[in-house]
Write a protein that binds this ligand. Structure first.
Ligand code: ADP
Ligand code: ADP
Length: 228
């Protein structure tokens, strides 16, 4: 479960990105975050995985008050939250296999278990035959599948995606959405910021709209609600 209470975020340059956000997202929900550019969507998302800290307000993630989180606990939070970006953020010199194994960061796991988990997740995203490729040898859609695999290999409770289809053509985007639906069906919360009117209006889910740092709309099976 994710909860924000009166969350404000003002960056060092004086720009206020969030202006008093209150929200609750239950385990297993699928939520789209929509709104114009500069509305505060990325800031909202970054607060959830501790990329940024709130100026004031309370954030609780998986029953843990973020203000009480010690720096050394941040990796444990991240292990329970998979993050997916518009530009994939894969390590260019590592193979597909290594990009995913790296995310496991497990000392306690045997190499055999790591191998099994990586190959299982590659099978799930349909890239088992590309384990030895490096990111540059893959299409954009394939690279995004690798980053989905990296995000879910730890079986996190929450997957956060910031415009995951922003760099993909429509057909490839639908493939990524199908993966998200499968991941969500297994009980994982999905939170996805998007500018895709087509996706939001076709695969109906909860829609949270952010404008000028405020939540202006929160609807079950909502519409995208903007022209672009
Ligand atoms: P969105 O994702 O909806 O486009 P953002 O959360 O990225 O919105 O940005 C909200 C506002 O905060 C914008 O005015 C943006 O310029 C500003 N902003 C975002 N990140 C930073 C930062 N690191 N430093 C200063 N201002 C920022
Ligand atoms: P699309 O244009 O459909 O996004 P690409 O034309 O980039 O896809 O790639 C199509 C296929 O060719 C993919 O399966 C990808 O793995 C493979 N491929 C692309 N570039 C390379 C490369 N430099 N080396 C090996 N395989 C590649």
């Amino acid at each position: 479960m994710i909860k924000m209470e009166d969350v404000y975020k003002t960056y060092a340059n004086g720009v206020t990105a969030l202006n008093g956000v209150n929200i609750e997202i239950d385990q297993g929900e699928f939520v789209y975050i929509v709104g114009p550019s500069g509305a505060g969507k990325s800031t909202f998302i970054k607060l959830m995985y501790r990329e940024v800290k709130p100026t004031t307000g309370k954030i609780v993630i998986n029953n843990k008050d973020m203000s009480e989180l010690k720096e050394k606990e941040v990796p444990f939070l991240r292990r329970n939250i998979g993050v997916i970006f518009q530009d994939f953020k894969l390590l260019p010199r590592l193979s597909v296999y290594e990009n995913i194994a790296f995310a496991l960061e497990v000392i306690e796991e045997s190499p055999r278990n790591i191998r099994k988990r990586v190959m299982d997740v590659l099978e799930q995203v349909g890239l088992k035959n590309k384990a030895r490729f490096i990111p540059d040898e893959l299409s954009g859609g394939e690279q995004q599948r690798v980053s989905v695999a990296r995000a879910i290999v730890n079986h996190p409770k929450v997957v956060i995606a910031d415009e995951p289809t922003g760099n993909l053509d429509p057909e490839t985007s639908w493939g990524i959405m199908r993966l998200f639906e499968e991941i969500n069906a297994s009980g994982t919360t999905i939170i996805m910021a998007t500018h895709s009117k087509e996706i939001v209006n076709t695969i109906k889910k909860r829609v949270i709209a952010v404008e000028d740092g405020l939540i202006v709309r929160d609807e079950h099976r909502g519409e995208y609600g903007y022209e672009i």
